[in-house]
Design a binder for this molecule. Structure first.
Ligand code: NAD
Length: 516
């Protein structure tokens, strides 16, 4: 029997009662329009707040992946048999089906992911927006006619891959689920999605709510389990025609390799070590507030976290002092408390990883300006994976803390002298996900933005993202794009059709002939 805490039981009960299901053994996977229990090893979830067992569930395993791919294959045919306008209408209805369940979804996400409830409430709204946005694209995807220099009519169709496999991480599971499944189905695909084994259920509930509003049963399938079993079964399945992965570079490499084995393309949305550059002429109140939000929101468990703060030397001491002071006033506490700005780290492995990176940096000479330990004032039950906002200085470029992703509430502050120096430092990383420039000189802002090797750049801002605007990385931050029309295109492939229009048909004999 699960030991899910009362709040989660309450929200799951509310959601599942509508299907005559109660939380329990069946709450594992969403396959072919049904809740299906896993068949593999037991997976235990620990409460990020207390560190105590939250619930257990069984790994889906290869047999359920097989069933999910079969369900998606059949549903995709049904989906594509509808008109494009009808697909759009059904997606719009699906988005509306989330209404009335926002609070329960936010509570569920908050309990399992350990995220502040106010952040989760915001993410639920984004889930609906993403479905609505891509619903609008359904009947606006059309091909082109190419003015080829022959007597042919040549037109291009953008056709779905078929069934896509998606794998997501634990830092924003519900948001990431909608982020990827919305463009996938808008482009005409069926989906089998595996969330992180650490945050499995919000994706199940989102899929369930969307699908039961009138999407073909089996169009969206959620399989839960760990990477080496359920994940590997999905990436290796011959029925999957495209892989979309959101997670760490280490796992991303394995996913791309699994795809390459079968010659299946992939999109990789990976980690980052984003540079947040503050020039001496920046509006300091804004820059410091931006720097704080860039790293401490979501306890730093954000792919775009501004984990390297690069500050021009003449304002370096002042920025460090202000940042350390304001970091100390961030409300760290229970995710369920609406006043909480920063909750715990999601899991013990990540918590240990963050602490070990801080310790290694200290041994190499870095100095802790604030944090580096558990916050002093926490409620009694908060014995889980909490860490105070941490600011490190005296960090050199060669240190791991300046180069590797921490994925926690830890920022290194490093000085620079010239614009050239700032750009060099910012680009001195294998990652290339995001970055920001703070300055009141517009010409410099655009000049520096253009020189940053990063998929997203903010000027006098940080972390603004929207489903309409493309998102993705360079280098170890991955390849391919999500969001916007670019994200949609990742889910289709171009088909070129040649129609002979001449009454005296010619036959190509080689690429050099008139036809080729
Ligand atoms: P992770 O790579 O450990 O796991 C991500 C997912 O991959 C999980 O579902 C996991 O079960 C699965 N997985 C692992 N090995 C697998 C295998 N061999 N085959 C199939 N699936 C496998 O990442 P994480 O710790 O869950 O998440 C944190 C990472 O995600 C950070 O690096 C963060 O920057 C990144 N991230 C990137 C973005 C982005 O959009 N670029 C967004 C959020 C998080």
């Amino acid at each position: 029997m699960n030991s899910l805490n009362d709040k989660a039981v309450e929200c799951l009960t509310e959601l599942l009662t509508a299907r005559g299901m109660l939380p329990g053994i069946a709450l594992s996977n969403w396959i072919g329009g049904e809740l299906v229990a896993g068949q593999g090893e037991s997976i235990e979830l620990l409460d990020p707040v207390t560190g105590l067992p939250l619930m257990t569930y069984a790994d889906a395993g290869a047999a359920l992946v097989e069933r999910a791919v079969a369900a998606a294959t059949a549903a995709q045919q049904e989906w594509m048999a509808l008109t494009a306008s009808e697909r759009g209408r059904r997606m719009t209805t699906a988005a509306a089906a989330l209404q009335g369940h926002e609070e329960a979804l936010a509570q569920l996400e908050s309990v399992v992911a350990g995220k502040p409830i106010r952040d989760c409430r915001g993410e639920v709204i984004k889930v609906r927006e993403m479905i609505e946005y891509y619903a609008g694209w359904c009947d606006k995807q059309h091909g082109e006619v190419i003015p080829v220099p022959t007597s042919h009519l040549n037109y291009v169709r953008h056709v779905p891959y078929g069934v896509v496999g998606q794998i997501t991480p634990w830092n924003a599971p519900m948001f990431t689920c909608a982020w990827q499944l919305a463009p996938a189905i808008a482009a005409g695909n069926g989906v089998v999605l595996k969330p992180s084994e650490l945050t499995p259920f919000s994706s199940v509930v989102v899929a369930m709510l969307l699908e039961r509003s009138g999407l073909p049963q089996g169009l969206i399938n959620i399989v839960n389990g760990v990477g080496p079993t359920t994940g590997a079964a999905l990436t290796g399945h011959p029925g999957i025609s495209k892989l979309v992965f959101v997670g760490s570079p280490e796992s991303g490499r394995k996913i791309a390799q699994a795809g390459a084995e079968r010659l299946v393309p992939s999109v990789l949305e990976l980690g980052g070590k984003s540079a947040n550059i503050v020039f001496g002429d920046a509006r300091l109140d804004d820059a410091v507030a931006g720097a704080q939000a860039a790293i401490f929101a979501a306890a730093g468990q954000s792919c775009v976290a501004g984990s390297r703060l690069l500050v021009q030397r003449e304002i370096f001491d002042e920025v460090c002092e202000r940042l350390a002071r304001t970091a100390g006033s961030i409300a760290v506490g229970l995710p369920s408390d609406t006043a909480t700005q920063m909750g715990p780290v999601q899991n013990s492995r990540q918590h240990r990883h963050i602490l070990s990176m801080i310790e290694a940096a200290k041994l190499q000479g870095a100095r802790v300006l604030c944090g580096g330990h558990r916050p002093e004032t926490l409620p009694a039950e908060a014995r889980g994976y909490f860490l105070a906002p941490t600011v490190l200085v005296d960090v050199t470029e060669d240190m791991a803390i300046a180069r590797e992703e921490v994925f926690g509430p830890v920022v290194v502050v490093m000085p620079f002298t010239t614009e050239e120096d700032a750009v060099r430092l910012a680009n001195a990383t294998r990652f290339g996900l995001a970055g920001a420039v703070w300055t009141q000189d517009p010409a410099r802002a655009h000049r520096v933005a253009a020189r940053l090797r990063a998929g997203t750049v903010w000027i006098n801002s940080y972390k603004a993202i929207n489903v309409m605007s493309p998102f993705g990385g360079f280098g170890d931050s991955g390849f391919g794009r999500s969001s916007g029309v670019e994200g949609l295109k990742e889910y289709t492939v171009a088909q070129s059709v040649w129609v002979e229009t001449s009454p005296t048909a010619s036959v190509a004999t080689g690429y050099g002939s008139g036809v080729g």
